[in-house]
Design a protein. Structure first.
Length: 134
């Protein structure tokens, strides 16, 4: 099953920025991660994959709504993760089985939200540069 992670690229440059202005830089990184995960959660929660549908362009499979409602988010200092928790059948639904087609909602959320995440990353870096220039 897909397990995607938001990571901040250019950590060497960010480490330099953190040394110069740690509070602002860390705050901007954490804001970026929160906003990024919110984009993914929005996609997961608002784009249901109705039972019986197939194909790549769908959202979370919905029958009982357990898959949609039970996504866990973990925030660490420089990364964030989102994944289904406590749903035993999530991997089978996401990846499919020999008798059931896959319904890869996490892959779809990642693909659909990637441009928005990149925009958030660009804004984060602009905010850091602006703060460091003061």
């Amino acid at each position: 099953m897909a397990n995607f992670t938001i990571k901040v690229k250019g950590l060497i440059e960010l480490q330099r920025a953190i040394k110069r202005n740690p509070k602002t830089t860390i705050r901007e990184i954490q804001n970026f991660l929160v906003r990024g995960i919110a984009k993914y959660k929005s996609q997961i929660n608002s784009n249901p994959w109705k039972v019986g549908q197939s194909g790549r362009k769908r959202g979370v499979p919905v029958d009982t709504s357990n898959l949609r409602q039970l996504h866990q988010t973990i925030f660490e200092k420089y990364k964030a993760r989102i994944f289904p928790r406590n749903v035993k059948y999530a991997r089978w639904v996401h990846d499919g089985t020999r008798v059931m087609r896959e319904r890869p909602w996490l892959d779809q959320a990642k693909d659909d939200q990637e441009p928005k995440i990149n925009e958030l990353a660009d804004q984060m870096l602009k905010n850091i540069v602006s703060a460091l220039a003061k």
